[in-house]
Design a protein around this ligand. Structure first.
Ligand SMILES: CC(C)(COP(=O)(O)OP(=O)(O)OC[C@H]1O[C@@H](n2cnc3c(N)ncnc32)[C@H](O)[C@@H]1OP(=O)(O)O)[C@@H](O)C(=O)NCCC(=O)NCCS
Length: 280
């Protein structure tokens, strides 16, 4: 993508109107499910942060977060990140998140949280592999019946709550790193693995819930959008993933990475009983 990119704070209602339009284009949600101008106005005035990415002066994407308290700790919660389709894949999403980190560090905070749908592999890759979030919290059907937020009819709106410890050495390293080569880890044990079924579909196998390994993988289907005509198959993958993640989160495992390839895997690690990874 040619063009000069500028990331800067947005703060007036005229600019916020454009964010409503970007949401409409990116998510195609009905108006009732869009974050409105007045929400951006008040929260940017009261400690929230709205950053826009401009390409040659045109607003191409934005990220929005607000002050929050999580587990008794002040943080920012990032609620929206969107880049217009014609600008996707050129690094704007990443730049918005790193700019958000910089601004939130300036506020004296060291944590940014957000939720996302764990079946979305592109977002998983961005969150874990590129930015360095961790996750130990599964939120079943978090947004309830909201149709716009479901993967298909009758499918619960499950989400992961991710934690981005923005001052940690790991995240600092990600911020500085050029592209990291991922070693081939597909030999690791798997708590969930897909299987080719006789009808030609790729379905989740039986979850392995007795793993004791310090590190293991959990497969998810690579492109959930391609299953849109089979909501029952999406539901099957989602419920297997829910079962495995809630089971191992309770046992002290944390998602530390995401391996994006022909097959896609969450990488789970057991954290030591004490230390910085422990919840308060
Ligand atoms: C998610 C979104 C904001 C990313 O913005 P973007 O400008 O397209 O993303 P970038 O080009 O900065 O890529 C950032 C990372 O996303 C992941 N990613 C992007 N495209 C990908 C693809 N085709 N396959 C796999 N991973 C991909 C990678 O981790 C990439 O980092 P890398 O380039 O170091 O590998 C954008 O795609 C979007 O608006 N999507 C729809 C709305 C949405 O899903 N919002 C986020 C909800 S959590």
């Amino acid at each position: 993508m040619a063009g000069k990119v500028i990331i800067r704070k947005l703060s007036n209602p005229k600019e916020f109107e454009k964010l409503v339009e970007i949401q409409r284009v990116v998510w195609k949600h009905p108006d009732l499910d869009l974050t409105p101008v007045h929400q951006f106005c008040i929260s940017s005035f009261m400690g929230g942060l709205v950053l826009g990415a401009f390409v040659d002066g045109e607003l191409a994407g934005f990220v929005y977060s607000f002050p929050a308290i999580y587990n008794g700790k002040f943080c920012h919660h990032s609620h929206l990140l969107a880049v217009l389709p014609q600008f996707q894949g050129y690094g704007l999403g990443k730049r918005l998140k790193w700019a958000q980190r910089k601004e939130v560090l300036k506020m004296g905070l060291d944590l940014i949280t957000w939720t996302y749908d764990p079946m979305q592999t592109r977002n998983a890759n961005l969150n874990f592999h590129t930015l360095g979030v961790i996750c130990r919290t599964y939120l079943p059907d978090f947004y309830g019946e909201t149709p716009a937020l479901r993967l298909g009819p009758g499918i619960p709106t499950d989400r992961l709550l991710v934690e981005w410890p923005i001052k940690s050495a790991r995240v600092q390293k990600k911020a500085e790193a050029k592209k990291e080569e991922t070693p081939d880890l597909s030999f690791l044990p798997k708590a969930l693995e897909g299987q080719a079924a006789e009808d030609g579909t790729y379905r989740p196998g039986k979850p392995a819930l007795r793993l004791e390994a310090p590190v293991f993988l959990v497969e998810i289907v690579r492109d959930v959008r391609s299953l849109q005509s089979s909501p029952e198959l999406i539901a099957e993958w989602q419920s297997s993933l829910r079962q495995v993640l809630t089971h191992y989160f309770r046992r002290g495992y944390v998602i530390m990475d995401f391996l994006f390839g022909e097959k896609c895997y969450y990488l789970l690690k057991k954290l030591p009983e004490t230390g910085s990874g422990k919840k308060k």
